[in-house]
Write a protein that binds this ligand. Structure first.
Ligand code: ATP
Length: 283
């Protein structure tokens, strides 16, 4: 079966920022977390997939179809949640239902209102009278109610309390019970990605710093605490980032390049992100 998402050589240049040669693949059946510092280019990448901005170069295939040539078909098959939401603040859930029924051939009102009941959302209240969490829930419910195979979400859990985040992650788990489905979500909440992501793509300053299955990433890398002399004895290709201190240094290293017996500790996604963003470049 074709991949859920393939991005090849994506470039987008703004006056003071450039997305350069972004490439990654999301297979069906998988959840990918898109991470990176503020301004790294995550939203720009998502907007390019949705064809909301004009790219300068590259190719994007969604569920085997070209995201521009086959835009109409692709949009039917994709559920989208953007940070600012997609609906007017003066609308209530019934009006969202009416709008979405016109927009999507496979819109399922019963499913939509089912999600809202499950999430405890009052369908008669206007969106502007919802809390931030409720607004996000209605957007997620809408994205999941038109038979989408791929969900693309920009920061869907940001600003949500841990209980609501858990409810939302449960919805994503349920969505992923179909092996043909896939999710791409950007997030700063790495603990959510620890729970749900199969793949991690890390964008740093407009470029893909790494894109790997999460378990492989966590198995491959570790944190080494050692002296500066020990670190400089390692092959430079083993060290992906380092922090030098007065009493020694810490480095993100490939475990297979470190001599037996050296103390390499397990790493988590947040530490990988910090080392690759803030650690000095390994030389
Ligand atoms: P965050 O985590 O803060 O949401 P992000 O990784 O999603 O960040 P983007 O929103 O993709 O980052 O922005 C990347 C860069 O592109 C930023 O420097 C931003 O100022 C710039 N940018 C985005 N849109 C435009 C635009 N329309 N014109 C000029 N620059 C833009």
């Amino acid at each position: 079966m074709e991949n859920a998402l393939e991005i090849r050589g994506l470039c987008k240049r703004y006056e003071r920022f450039a997305l350069e040669d972004v490439s990654f693949t999301l297979p069906r059946g998988c959840v990918m977390g898109l991470i990176g510092e503020n301004g790294a280019g995550k939203t720009t990448t998502i907007k390019a997939v949705l064809n909301l901005i004009r790219r300068d170069a590259g190719e994007i295939r969604v569920l085997g179809q070209d995201n521009i040539a086959d835009e109409r078909a692709v949009k039917e098959r994709m559920g989208v949640v953007l940070e600012d939401g997609c609906f007017l603040n003066t609308m209530n859930a019934r009006q969202v239902d009416t709008l979405m029924r016109k927009a999507y051939r496979n819109w399922d009102s019963e499913q939509f209102f089912g999600f809202l009941s499950r999430l405890g959302i009052d369908r008669d209240k206007k969106i502007k009278d919802y809390s931030k969490g409720m607004r996000m829930k209605i957007n997620i419910a809408a994205a999941m109610s038109h038979g989408a195979e791929l969900l693309i979400m920009d920061e869907p859990t940001s600003g949500l309390d841990p209980i609501v985040r858990d409810e939302v992650l449960d919805l994503f788990y349920d969505f992923m019970q179909d092996e043909g489905h896939a999710i791409l979500l950007s997030s700063h909440i790495t603990s959510d990605l620890d729970k749900i992501a199969d793949y991690i793509t890390f964008i740093h300053a407009g470029r893909v710093a790494l894109s790997e299955p999460r378990d492989e990433l966590l198995d491959t890398y570790g944190v080494l605490r050692c002296t500066a002399d020990q670190l400089s004895a390692l092959d430079p290709s083993v060290v992906r980032g380092k922090r030098m201190g007065a009493f020694g240094c810490e480095a993100l290293v490939r475990r297979d390049g470190v001599p037996q017996g050296w103390p390499v500790e397990p790493v988590n996604i947040e530490q990988v992100m910090l080392f690759l963003t803030r650690g000095e470049e390994a030389r």
